[in-house]
Write a protein that binds this ligand. Structure first.
Ligand code: MF3
Ligand code: CO
Ligand code: CO
Length: 291
């Protein structure tokens, strides 16, 4: 039966074999704790700290490159998790999601109608699926966070357009980042671009300050709200931009696993994410790769 290009029908799979990280790799302080307040340490960094965030960011980006080579019909999402896990460990990094508020795996795999926070399991990828890989690495006391969406085999034009335009919306927002502009400029750029195509712009999951903490408390919305987000962008601030766009609505439901977020209408959704540092003349992308 050919795949309906517009809606997904994903069901929860089984999460198997726990992942371990050698004791020699330092863990973020929240690992093993259900509740941990990591907010309130600020969002600007010294050059030495930025170098450390860049190193973690490059490991996260490299993990996605490594996993991307393994995306084929017939592969399970937990296989992709294992590739990413091993890549991070090999590079001396701790996979930030592993043990984050009880999250059980080393990255997020969000397939089709999953907006974000999909847990890798024994779900088998099929031709025509789309999958987001969201990887965060922790090294030398710093986190770097990035995600990309890929097609599995041949995908529909609608799905490919959604992926391309979601990436475009992120890149446009990155170009709009300058010191002295309000944070709301980011959401304005993303929302106005997405609306051209009638896409939904997810509101309840946002970009965030990142570095010393996985989520610093600073919120970067992907929709236009100049009243609430009038705070000015500052030089040496580090945060993510990670828009989630949908082919339908933006209402969502959470699976009983307490993590997986799906569109209520089961419309397809794509996401891209970079960690960036604000420079005098614009953003430097820390999670960029040559691919
Ligand atoms: N990496 C995600 C983000 O971009 C957060 C994942 S948290 C998890 O903010 F626990 F779901 F993995
Ligand atoms: Co993020
Ligand atoms: Co992320």
């Amino acid at each position: 039966m050919p795949k309906d290009p517009r809606t997904g029908h994903l069901i929860p799979g089984l999460v198997t074999h726990p992942l371990t990280v050698p004791d020699s790799i330092p863990r973020p302080p929240y690992v093993g704790k259900q509740e941990y307040n990591e907010e309130g340490y600020g969002d600007t960094y010294t050059e030495e700290e930025i170098d450390r965030i860049r190193e973690a960011s490059q490991i996260a980006a490299g993990a996605i490159d490594a996993i991307a080579d393994e995306i084929h019909p017939g592969v399970t999402t937990q296989h992709l998790d294992l590739i990413g896990h091993e890549y991070m460990v090999k590079h001396g990094a701790y996979p930030s999601t592993l043990g984050y508020r009880g999250y059980p795996r080393s990255l997020c795999t969000s397939v089709n109608e999953v907006i974000c926070h999909g847990i890798p399991d024994d779900t088998v990828l099929e031709e025509g699926d789309i999958i987001n890989l969201d990887v965060t690495a922790y090294k030398n006391g710093m986190h770097g966070d990035t995600n990309r969406t890929f097609g599995v085999g041949e995908i529909s034009t609608e799905a490919q357009d959604l992926i391309t335009r979601t990436q475009n919306s992120m890149n446009r927002a990155i170009k709009a980042v300058k010191p002295g502009r309000p944070i709301s400029v980011i959401g304005r750029v993303i929302e106005s671009y997405a609306k051209r195509f009638g896409y939904g712009v997810v509101r309840d999951f946002t970009g965030h300050g990142v570095g010393r903490q996985f989520h610093s408390g600073l919120i970067i919305p992907h929709y236009d709200d100049p009243e609430t987000y009038s705070q000015l962008i500052e030089e040496n601030m580090v945060f993510t931009i990670e828009p989630m766009l949908t082919l339908g609505g933006i209402a969502w439901e959470q699976w009983p696993d307490d993590w997986t977020i799906v569109t209520k209408d089961r419309s397809l959704t794509a996401q891209f994410e970079h960690t960036l540092v604000v420079r005098a003349d614009g953003a430097e992308v820390l999670t960029g790769t040559l691919r």
